[in-house]
Design a protein around this ligand. Sequence first.
Ligand SMILES: [Zn+2]
Ligand SMILES: [Zn+2]
Length: 247
Amino acid sequence: MKDPTSQLRSATRRAKSDVANKIVSMFLHELSRRIAEHWKFRIDGEEYGKLVREWFNNKCPYCSRPLADGQPVIEHLDGMNRYRAGLHVAGNVLVACRRCNGEKRRDDSAKTLSLAESGWASFLSHDGTRCAPSCLTCRYWSGIWNDETERRTRLRENSERIRSFRAAFPELEQILPAIRGALPELLTKLYSDCQSFAENEIRILLEGLDRIAGASMPKGSEPATGGRTRKHGKVEPSTDGPAAEAP
Ligand SMILES: [Zn+2]
Ligand SMILES: [Zn+2]
């Protein structure tokens, strides 16, 4: 059980990475809009929705469970974060079950992938033969298809179906190598710049408040700071450590 102070610190860390992730996502959405402006399929169009539903037979493209059974969610094959640099464009957007969408996040948020070159292909590569026994994704798939032969076959089939779906969008296929080559480094910089900016702004605001609080104190009295004394308006350096690596 975490003590309240460490809970507070991890909440602060999470808030900081949430802000940076939001900026990365905003950038990717804007980039997607520009890139796909004149593409054949628009993801908000009726035609694209129909094509996705028919391609995957109204089933989750990862686990094949009927979408009507679960809570279907919008899913990005390449996740929209700084490592996967996925776009909100035709060929990358589809509909999946909520469970798979959540389970896939482990692969999506890994800085480097060892099982495949993309997050979605990596997610479908956890067939229980290449990871440590503790791997949660391997356990997820064995919970769905207990028999190893069936599991490997189904994962391979679904991976191939997604690959052929991708191939139906040559406009995306064409720009993918450039995106994969250049974007992760740029996005990682954007992410860390955003965190530094947020930390700096918060520090300046706190210093300003310290001065206001100091000025309103009657002479001779000191504010009670419970051991975390701030001398001469200076704020102690954060003890949060490095920022969280959450996606
Ligand atoms: Zn699923
Ligand atoms: Zn695994």
